[in-house]
Write a protein that binds this ligand. Sequence first.
Ligand code: ZN
Length: 60
Amino acid sequence: MALDLVCKMEVDPKTAPAKAEYKGKTYYFCAPGCKVAFEKDPEKYVNAAAHGEGGHHHKH
Ligand SMILES: [Zn+2]
């Protein structure tokens, strides 16, 4: 599973409705709207993922 960095939801890369490439990495999103938010400010989300809740997964 991949993590949607915008809303922190887990998404299956095989069925993800949206994906974006940034600095050679592919990111998957649960919805096109999350991709749009990511592309507006990718650094913010990538940095938050790197410094924030790295290995933890929160289920809501
Ligand atoms: Zn999302």
